[in-house]
Design a protein around this ligand. Structure first.
Ligand SMILES: *Cc1c(COP(=O)(O)O)cnc(C)c1O
Length: 369
C-alpha cells in the first residue's frame, strides 16, 4: 500500500462534472476578472463564514497584507504573531513596514497562548494576529479581551481553519478584519492561488476592495496607492462549486482524525492532537509529536507513507528574520514543537483501511524502537 501525504482524487471526482461545466461558462462569459462569479462567491463565503462582507483576493498572504493595510498598520507599528506559524502570517506584517513580534503558543493546542500575548505588548503594538493553526480555533474570548483592554486590532489568519468555530462562532468572524487562503491544499482549495478577506465592518471592506484593485473605485481614478490583488473569475467559479461540499469534507476530516486518535492512543511517546474546550478542529493537518520524529518520518517514508513537518524552522530562527535579533532558546515551546511534530496523511477520501495501515506502521516502528 502506498499512501501519499495529500491526494485530490476524491475531491476532484466529486466536483468533476460541475467544475468542468462552470469552467465552460466562464470561458463563454468572456469576462475574466472581478465579475459575477467573484461577486457570487463573495456572497456565498460571507454567508458560510457568518460575516457581513467578504472580498475575494489573489491569495492568503495578500489578504492578510490588505487586512493590515485597511486598519492603517505601517512603519513603526508592531503586530503580535505566533512564532510557530507559516511564514506568510509574519510576511504580511513586514510588507506594511511594521514589525512582527513573535509570541509563544500553548504546547497543548499549538495555538497562540493568550497569557503570553500580554508580555509582548509595548507602546508600539497595534494588532494581534491569532492564527487558527492546523485547523483548530484559538481561544478567542481571551484574545479579544486582551485586545479590547489594550485598544488593539485583531486580524485573524484563518488560512488553515475554514469552517472551524469557537463557542459556535466561526473563525474569521471575530477580528476587525481577517483573511483566509484558498491555496490548493487548504480545506477549501482553488486550482491555483486565491484568498479572501472577511469582516463585519463595511468601511474596512470598502478599503480592502479599493486596495485590491489599484486603489481605485472608479476606473482610472486612484484614491490611494493600491495593489493588483484581485481574485479571478475562474477560481471564484470553482470555489463556489467546492464551497457546497466543504461542511461534508470537514466531517470526513474529523472522522479520519477520530480513527487516528483511536488507533494511536497510548502508542510509544506519541502526543496526539488535543481539542480545547469550546473549540472545534477541522483538521487541515493531523499533527502528532514524538521525540523520535526524524526516525519515524524516515521509517514511514520507507513504507511508502508520506508525511510532512509543519514547520521545521520557527519564524524567529528563519534567516529571513535574522535582523530581528532572536536566537535559539528564545521560544522554547515553539522550538520543542518544531523538533517533534509530524503531520500524517489526512484528506477527504482517505479510507479507514488506509488510516489503519498508517497507524499499524507507526505501532510497528515503536515496537522496534
Ligand atoms: C497558507 C497559509 C497562508 C498563506 O496563504 P497563501 O494563499 O499561500 O498566500 C497564510 N497563513 C497560514 C497559516 C497559511 O497556512
Amino acid at each position: 500500500m502506498k499512501i501519499s501525504f495529500l491526494s485530490f482524487n476524491a475531491i476532484n471526482d466529486k466536483i468533476r462534472d460541475e467544475a468542468l461545466k462552470t469552467f465552460q461558462e466562464v470561458f463563454e462569459s468572456k469576462w475574466y476578472i472581478l465579475g459575477q462569479y467573484v461577486s457570487e462567491f463573495e456572497k456565498q463565503y460571507a454567508t458560510f463564514n457568518n460575516v457581513d462582507c467578504c472580498i475575494g483576493v489573489s491569495n492568503g498572504l495578500d489578504g492578510l497584507h490588505l487586512a493590515l493595510k485597511s486598519v492603517g498598520i505601517g512603519k513603526g507599528d508592531e503586530v503580535i504573531v505566533p512564532s510557530n506559524t507559516f511564514i506568510a502570517s509574519a510576511l504580511a506584517v513586514s510588507y506594511t513596514g511594521a514589525t512582527p513580534v513573535f509570541s509563544e503558543p500553548d504546547i497543548r493546542t499549538y495555538n497562540i497562548d493568550p497569557l503570553q500575548i500580554e508580555k509582548c505588548i509595548t507602546k508600539k503594538t497595534k494588532a494581534i494576529m491569532p492564527v487558527h493553526l492546523y485547523g483548530q480555533s484559538c481561544t478567542m474570548d481571551a484574545i479579544m479581551q486582551t485586545a479590547t483592554k489594550h485598544g488593539l486590532y485583531v486580524i485573524e489568519d484563518n488560512a488553515q481553519s475554514q469552517g472551524a468555530a469557537y463557542k459556535n462562532k466561526r473563525t474569521g468572524s471575530f477580528g476587525n478584519v481577517n483573511a483566509t487562503s484558498f491555496y490548493p491544499g487548504k480545506n477549501l482549495g482553488a486550482f491555483g492561488d486565491a484568498g479572501a478577506v472577511t469582516t463585519n465592518d463595511p468601511v474596512l471592506a470598502e478599503k480592502v476592495k479599493m486596495l485590491r484593485n489599484y486603489g481605485s473605485e472608479r476606473k482610472y481614478y486612484h484614491e490611494t496607492i493600491g495593489y493588483n490583488m484581485r481574485l479571478d473569475e475562474l477560481q471564484a467559479a470553482l470555489l463556489s462549486v467546492k464551497l457546497k461540499y466543504l461542511d461534508g469534507w470537514t466531517k470526513e476530516r474529523q472522522q479520519i482524525a477520530g480513527w487516528y486518535n483511536e488507533a494511536l492512543k497510548g502508542v510509544g511517546d506519541l502526543v496526539l492532537p488535543l481539542v480545547a474546550a469550546e473549540c472545534t478542529h477541522v483538521y487541515h493537518l493531523y499533527v502528532i509529536r514524538t521525540g523520535k520524529r526524524n526516525d519515524l518520518q524516515q521509517y514511514l517514508q520507507r513504507q511508502d507513507v508520506g508525511t510532512l513537518i509543519h514547520y521545521p524552522v520557527p519564524l524567529h530562527l528563519q534567516k529571513a528574520y535574522s535582523d530581528l535579533g532572536y536566537k535559539k532558546g528564545d521560544f522554547p515551546v515553539t522550538e520543542e514543537i518544531a523538533d517533534t511534530c509530524l503531520s500524517l496523511p489526512l484528506f477527504p477520501g482517505l479510507t479507514q483501511q488506509e488510516v489503519f495501515f498508517v497507524s499499524g506502521q507507526i505501532k510497528k516502528f515503536f515496537l522496534n524502537a
